[in-house]
Design a protein around this ligand. Structure first.
Ligand SMILES: C[S@@+](CC[C@H](N)C(=O)[O-])C[C@H]1O[C@@H](n2cnc3c(N)ncnc32)[C@H](O)[C@@H]1O
Length: 187
């Protein structure tokens, strides 16, 4: 309910009508090779659908932080996942948050950000910060809704992804509201 309320109040920032399905969360984490992760960042965790699976996969030695802009979701995240370092802030400050925690870069970035709600300027700004923060052997995973990926902002996002990442793979589409797939991006 709280997700739907926030989606109605702030449609541009939330960009979804419901939390992601477990299927989509699984598709994200199974393609991230989290068992070997060192520094893991989740962007836009919302109510923590991906967080739960990330926690099950990462080794005890991994550093894990989640960056969420919405105050209400931050409160939920901190109550539900007290061991997770949930930062109340914007993904655009990712580099600073890593630095504050003594990390130069991260090797896994899992994003729940609503790219198709963002204009081209914001897409580019956020992708540049993600690219700069990812280690050379790191991986960036993000989902897109089908068939919204074929609409102008979805196409713009795909074009922006290509500007930054040499190796981009797409998974199959899974059940979700709306249906979704994952982009797996390497530098
Ligand atoms: C589509 S929801 C996804 C939530 C969750 N990951 C899921 O899949 O159910 C997008 C989330 O990104 C957050 N968000 C939007 N812009 C952000 C930003 N610049 N920095 C951090 N979080 C942001 C929203 O508040 C929201 O929680």
């Amino acid at each position: 309910m709280s997700f739907i309320t926030e989606a109605i109040l702030r449609p541009k920032n939330i960009g979804a009508v419901a939390p992601s399905s477990k299927r989509l969360a699984k598709l994200m984490t199974e393609n991230a090779d989290l068992k070997h992760a060192k520094v893991v960042v989740e962007l836009g965790p919302g109510t923590g659908v991906f967080t739960e699976l990330i926690l099950q996969e990462i080794p005890d030695s991994a550093v894990f932080m989640a960056i969420e802009q919405n105050e209400h979701f931050v409160t939920i995240m901190r109550a539900q996942y007290p061991t997770v370092d949930t930062i109340h802030g914007s993904a655009e400050h990712l580099k600073n948050y890593l630095k504050e925690r003594g990390a130069e870069s991260c090797d896994k970035i899992l994003s729940g950000l609503p790219w198709a709600s963002f204009d081209e300027r914001l897409q580019r700004l956020l992708l540049s910060k993600i690219y700069e923060s990812l280690s050379p052997d790191g991986v960036f995973l993000t989902f897109a809704y089908y068939p919204i990926n074929h609409l102008p902002r979805g196409r713009t996002f795909k074009r922006q992804l290509r500007r930054y990442f040499k190796d981009i793979k797409k998974t199959r589409v899974v059940l979700n509201v709306p249906p979704a797939f994952v982009y797996i991006c390497k530098r």
